[in-house]
Ligand binder design. Structure first.
Ligand SMILES: NC(=O)c1ccc[n+]([C@@H]2O[C@H](COP(=O)([O-])OP(=O)(O)OC[C@H]3O[C@@H](n4cnc5c(N)ncnc54)[C@H](OP(=O)(O)O)[C@@H]3O)[C@@H](O)[C@H]2O)c1
Length: 282
């Protein structure tokens, strides 16, 4: 898949039979999922289109209720800052979404029911493996304790990592995540850490730090060494200050776009879009 995920959708192809998908976020100008999903639909010959839907926290409930009534809408992607709030607005959740307490994909049934799932963690682990990085048995330093960090921590635990250290600006949130990991995965060594990532094989930035030029680094990059793999989930810019600092210290790096690329197929399947070669083309 191309690095920029640019889609080539011709809007003249949208008709009264086109199935609709939306991505809910605030802000929404930075999203990359519509380009990727629309190109995937195009490649499959599927008559569907995804559009960004800019809604703030106060309007989310009203919008979610209204979207239930849209009979040509099949699914939604949910991004910052709505992933947690969306949980209460769904009729049912996948076991993973219930455990993580966040939703990033919603399927709307023909009856107008909303089923919420979380695909961030699954996409992250698939992206690592596609990049030739197997997490099983590894020790992991994970910066962040927000929605993406929780989903990724649970999926890494499911993938069989041996040890996880969670560090976060709000330390109580890191402690809460560690407690939930210990409860769900008793064999996993899970602890709260500080800014020093040394002694871990995989170092993962799951904070939103790196999106802006003036952001500080999410961890102490001076403590990185060439034996470590440094993984980013921030996608914009593709090369964050952390990835540049890690490369300077000889680390192997893995960019944030890999996670989204792997999530696109998972998202399409979750929202009920036909598999390649199935009926439903234009
Ligand atoms: N590559 C992908 O496919 C993909 C998928 C999902 C998300 N993402 C990206 O992942 C990032 C996090 O998303 P999210 O949904 O987890 O967001 P979130 O729930 O809002 O969590 C944000 C995290 O970043 C930390 N943080 C934010 N500002 C900070 C600052 N100034 N200093 C220190 N820590 C700070 C927060 O710490 P506190 O708890 O202390 O506030 C929290 O741990 C975003 O950049 C998003 O675009 C990428």
């Amino acid at each position: 898949m191309a690095d920029d995920l640019s889609g080539g959708r011709n809007v003249a192809q949208i008709t009264g039979r086109t199935r609709l998908y939306g991505i809910l976020g605030d802000p929404v100008h930075q999203v990359k999922t519509p380009q990727g999903i629309n190109r995937l639909f195009e490649e499959r010959g599927f008559d569907g289109v995804m559009v960004p839907l800019h809604v703030g926290a106060q309007g989310l409930e009203t919008v979610a209720k209204a979207l239930r009534e849209l009979r040509n809408l099949d699914g939604l992607i949910v991004t910052v800052p709505h992933k947690t709030a969306m949980v209460a607005l769904c009729d049912e959740l996948t076991p993973a979404a219930a455990r993580v307490g966040a939703v990033n994909a919603v399927r709307r049934t023909p009856e107008g029911r909303l089923r919420g799932g979380i695909l961030d963690g699954e996409g992250f682990v698939a992206g690592l493996r596609r990049g030739g990085i197997e997490p099983h048995g590894r020790s992991v330093y994970l910066a962040g304790s927000g929605g993406a960090a929780c989903a990724i921590a649970f999926s890494l635990a499911e993938a069989g990592v041996a040890r996880v250290t969670v560090a976060n600006r709000t330390r109580s949130k890191a402690a809460a995540l560690v407690e939930r990991l210990r409860h769900n995965f008793p064999a996993l060594a899970a602890d709260v850490g500080g800014r020093d990532p040394s002694g871990h094989e995989l170092v993962v930035n799951c904070t939103s730090l790196g999106m802006r030029d003036d952001d500080e680094l999410p961890l102490d990059a001076d403590r990185l060494d060439a034996s470590q793999v440094v993984v980013e989930i921030v996608m914009q810019p593709a090369q964050t200050a952390l990835l540049r600092a890690a490369a300077r210290r000889g680390c192997r790096t893995h960019p944030g776009l890999a996670m989204l690329e792997c999530q696109l197929e998972l998202m399409a399947a979750f929202m009920g879009a036909p598999e390649p070669g199935a009926a439903g083309g234009r």
